[in-house]
Design a protein around this ligand. Structure first.
Ligand SMILES: [Zn+2]
Length: 299
């Protein structure tokens, strides 16, 4: 229950804005993923760090007020090695809020739509909130469109774009040799997803992207979800089955002439009741699927 509340809290904080939040009590906790890889949890999206011989590669940066604590933790774990690369899994503030505090030393890398969204005002219809454009110190300096392969020391790091999944700028980051994958917010372990329809996310893109990601990995792969605990391929495959099942149920009920309200009231989350106890409950997820499938082309 405590984990559940924490997860719900993390998501909520993403959208109420950083200024209303007191970060002084937040601790940065590390989980050893495997040798030289740590997942860091504080407030916001999960960070993954890879400690190389001489440098550190970091994925996502949580919120700006936590940057000093994150740097201190990475310093302790790495013995003071510099952070030279920062990859963003997508543009949301709970994953990129610290960018400006790392960009002096680190080359920020992301999909091109992350730069587009960080450099312009973003309005969320779902949360009725406008996020102002960030200054250039937050923007990725190295961007890609489809796929990118980075050699970091002797490690091959593959950046794979998942088109129109959680947003329109999602990157899955795969460390091929060591079999570690960060999926950003395209994957929440044992929870319904948040699909940001206003930022180009879609249910079909999410399913297709993760189905491909699942083909790249095996039962030994360590998967870092955007939020929640370290996961496995089995967790990812369970999540995929859930996504496909719920989508199919909504499509079928719609085809049978059911209204959105009737679909919500029909117990369509049967077998997945536990998945809706976090930030996205069953009603919100059904609403998202329905809205996505019924919107006009181009919206
Ligand atoms: Zn997100």
């Amino acid at each position: 229950m405590r984990v559940m509340m924490t997860l719900a809290g993390l998501f909520f904080l993403t959208f109420i804005g950083v200024s209303q939040r007191d970060f002084t009590t937040v601790e940065i906790k590390e989980t050893l993923v495997k040798d030289n890889y740590y997942m860091l949890e504080g407030s916001g999206g999960n960070i993954l760090i890879y400690i190389g011989f001489a440098e550190v590669l970091m994925i996502d940066s949580q919120f700006a007020p936590l940057s000093d604590k994150i740097k201190l933790k990475i310093d302790q774990l790495s013995g003071g090695k510099p952070i030279t690369y920062l990859i963003n899994t997508h543009h949301h503030g709970d994953h990129t809020g610290g960018n400006g505090n790392f960009s002096e030393d680190a080359m920020i890398i992301a999909h091109k739509n992350v730069k587009k969204r960080l450099s312009t005002d973003q309005h969320s219809k779902a949360f009725n909130k406008t996020t102002k454009a960030k200054d250039p110190s937050f923007w990725p300096r190295l961007i890609y469109a489809f796929q990118m392969e980075l050699t970091f020391e002797n490690n091959e790091v593959e950046l794979v774009h998942l088109p129109h999944a959680h947003t329109d700028g999602d990157t899955g980051v795969l460390f091929k040799k060591d079999n570690v994958l960060h999926l950003g917010d395209t994957f929440f372990k044992d929870r319904f997803p948040y699909i940001d329809l206003g930022s180009g996310g879609t249910i079909d893109g999410l399913i297709n992207g993760l189905a491909i990601a699942s083909l790249y990995i095996d039962n030994e792969t360590k998967i870092i979800p955007g939020h929640g605990k370290l996961a496995t391929k089995e967790d990812l495959d369970n999540y995929l089955v859930m996504l496909k099942t719920l989508k199919r149920r909504v499509v079928k009920a719609s085809a049978n002439g059911k209204s959105l309200e009737e679909i919500k009231a029909s117990g369509i989350d049967k077998g997945y009741e536990e998945w809706g106890t976090g930030f996205i409950n069953a009603d919100k997820f059904i609403d998202t699927i329905w809205t996505d499938l019924n919107r006009e082309e181009g919206n």
